[in-house]
Design a protein around this ligand. Structure first.
Ligand SMILES: [Zn+2]
Length: 315
């Protein structure tokens, strides 16, 4: 039997016959682990290379790696239909780049997603983490002195973790390797890259099964996941956009506040009062621009002013 953790089985779909049989098999699943690969995936100027899909409920199931360059849009339509389906749940880990690539490059809107990165954050309280640990996670991204001085600004800022660290934190026996992401557009796709892509969806499946077992999944709604993955629907982030590529959970994704919004000068999202300091909310941005560089939401304040923030574009 294949090593389902480190060397999961996969089928590379690069001809129509294989694509048809793959669609038939995947259509029977209720939950699909989905992950996309590409060069600067989801960023301005980026390109989609591969769509990896696997039945999330079956540890031993095949991963299907669909070569997006081998087919035209019409041929890929049955796969796009699955991604846009309101019936089949897509299980993802930080689906923001994937959504951005599909939406902006292929005019495909991912739907019915459960994003395990959000589930991880919600599980922290269930695992007994309190306010102290939530702040502690922000260091060293935010300096300890700043956290002590302005603690109230950070009570709603959550540190995101990448898939590899998340597997470790939840004692899931997967591992996250690394490949040169500049090589995703090469054909034939290097075997190391195919193995990496297959491992990613296998890891997502294992994490999904663990969260299911621990009853964490019900803590995140599909609305929260949809809000998260589609947050760059307005435009693809530029590769140097520090306000969109930082490692903090953007505000107003979970703990959603309705009401009046103001546009953050960092991430350019319309956000409610709770996301800004009193100064940033009350002042007229035009007036104060003369003296302050930016008036941003709590997440962007640090994305803007801290040096050396970890980036999340490839975790
Ligand atoms: Zn912001």
């Amino acid at each position: 039997m294949a090593d389902t953790v480190n060397h999961p089985n996969y089928t590379l779909c690069d001809n129509e016959r294989l694509l048809c049989s793959t669609v038939d098999k995947l259509s029977n699943a209720s939950h699909l682990a989905v992950d996309l690969e590409g060069a600067n995936l989801g960023l301005a100027g980026g390109s989609l290379s591969l769509i990896s899909i696997k039945d999330a409920s079956e540890s031993t199931s095949q991963a299907y790696l669909i070569d997006a360059l081998a087919f035209n849009a019409e041929q890929l339509r049955p796969i796009y239909d699955l991604l846009e389906s309101d019936v089949v749940t897509k299980v993802m880990y930080d689906g923001r780049m994937d959504y951005s690539a599909l939406y902006h490059e292929k005019q495909v809107s991912l739907k019915k997603v459960i994003d395990l990165q959000l589930v991880d954050i919600k599980s922290r309280a269930i695992r007994g983490e309190g306010a102290d640990r939530q702040l502690e996670r922000l260091n060293p991204s935010i300096r300890r002195k700043e956290l002590e001085l302005n603690q109230r600004l950070y009570t709603r800022v959550q540190k995101l973790v990448g898939l590899g660290d998340c597997l470790k934190e939840h004692d899931v026996p997967g591992s996250k390797g690394g490949v040169d992401h500049n090589e995703w557009m090469k054909r034939p796709i290097p075997a190391s890259h195919l193995q990496y892509a297959a491992s990613d969806v296998a890891n997502i499946s294992l994490l999904y099964q663990k969260f299911l077992e621990n009853e964490y999944l019900g803590k995140v709604s599909t609305e929260e996941s949809q809000r998260y993955i589609s947050m760059w629907r307005d435009k693809t982030p530029s590769p140097s956009d520090r306000y969109r590529l930082h490692a903090f959970l953007p505000l107003n994704i979970i703990e959603y506040d309705y009401g009046l919004t103001k546009t953050c000068e960092g991430c350019a999202r319309g956000l409610p009062r709770s996301c800004f300091s009193a100064t940033a909310w009350n002042v007229n941005f035009q007036e104060l621009r003369k003296t302050l560089s930016r008036l941003s939401c709590h997440s962007c304040t640090n994305a803007g002013f801290q040096v050396g923030l970890p980036r999340l574009s490839r975790i």
